[in-house]
Write a protein that binds this ligand. Structure first.
Ligand code: PEP
Length: 254
């Protein structure tokens, strides 16, 4: 059984359209044609130029958020179909910055996941505990609740499109990555939660990525773990050379 390896860059609110195209030109040619899955989640205005710059490579371009409605009077929001037409193939949903800064709930994230799947975008769904929850030994309770509420009642075929990302909030943007052992234990637990909802066979098919201060020198040991199928990279994805290194180090693992 092979779920493959994913390296996903999350640029957050960085890089204009021009900077996005320049970045893709500057990526290592071997990273651009890697045999692993290399995804870039870029700002809305950079989706089209990034997708155009990525033509002829293996890079996959996506978004970092979307609305749950197909269309409507939702000033300032963006729909999955708009992202798709611009060139997005996936969308990050439930990132902790969206939960914490914009009040997104598991119920809302669930609706977005359903919309993404319906309108042809692959959702990368983020879950993870904060520092206090870890300290209070609530990590498994938090993960179980987030997984159950975000991924409830999807049909089996839709569920197989989902990518899960375990992103402990205390590790995001802090330089304090989870150790590979801590991350593996959380990933194995996430897979068990999916198995309880959808069965062992489906759980074995779902890629689970680790996110939180991943760097070129930490990625290898993370990806060597049996339940870690790749990484979601924020800060270290902003520099094309560093991101290329992460891709090439990941490719060397399996
Ligand atoms: C993220 O924003 O998803 C993330 C993992 O950020 P960083 O790599 O900077 O911790």
């Amino acid at each position: 059984m092979s779920r493959g390896i994913y390296v996903v860059g999350n640029w957050k609110m960085y890089k204009t359209a021009q900077q996005a195209a320049d970045y893709i030109d500057e990526l290592d040619p071997a990273a651009k044609t890697s045999s692993i899955s290399v995804y870039l989640a870029v700002p809305f205005t950079s989706i089209h130029p990034a997708a155009r710059a990525a033509k002829g490579t293996h890079l996959v371009v996506g978004a970092q958020n979307m609305n749950d409605a197909q269309e409507g009077a939702f000033t300032g929001e963006i729909a999955a179909l708009m992202l798709k037409e611009a060139g997005a193939e996936f969308v990050i949903l439930g990132h902790s910055e969206r939960r914490r800064l914009f009040g997104e709930t598991d119920a809302f994230i669930h609706k977005k996941i359903q919309r993404a799947l319906k309108d042809g975008l692959r959702p990368i769904v983020c879950v993870g505990e904060d520092a206090q929850e870890r300290e209070e030994r609530l990590t498994e309770d938090v993960l179980k609740k987030q997984i159950a509420e975000c991924l409830a009642s999807l049909d089996e075929e839709s569920m197989k499109q989902v990518v899960l990302a375990y992103e402990p909030v205390w590790a995001i943007g802090t330089g304090k990555s989870a150790t590979a052992e801590i991350a593996e234990s959380a990933h194995a637990f996430c897979r068990q939660c999916i198995a309880e909802l959808y069965g062992e066979e489906t759980a074995e098919l779902i890629p689970i990525l680790y996110g939180g201060s991943v760097k070129p020198d930490t990625v290898t040991h993370l990806i060597e773990q049996p339940d870690i199928d790749g990484v979601l990279v924020g800060g270290a994805s902003l520099d094309p050379k560093t991101f290329s290194e992460i891709v090439l180090n990941s490719e060397s693992v399996k």
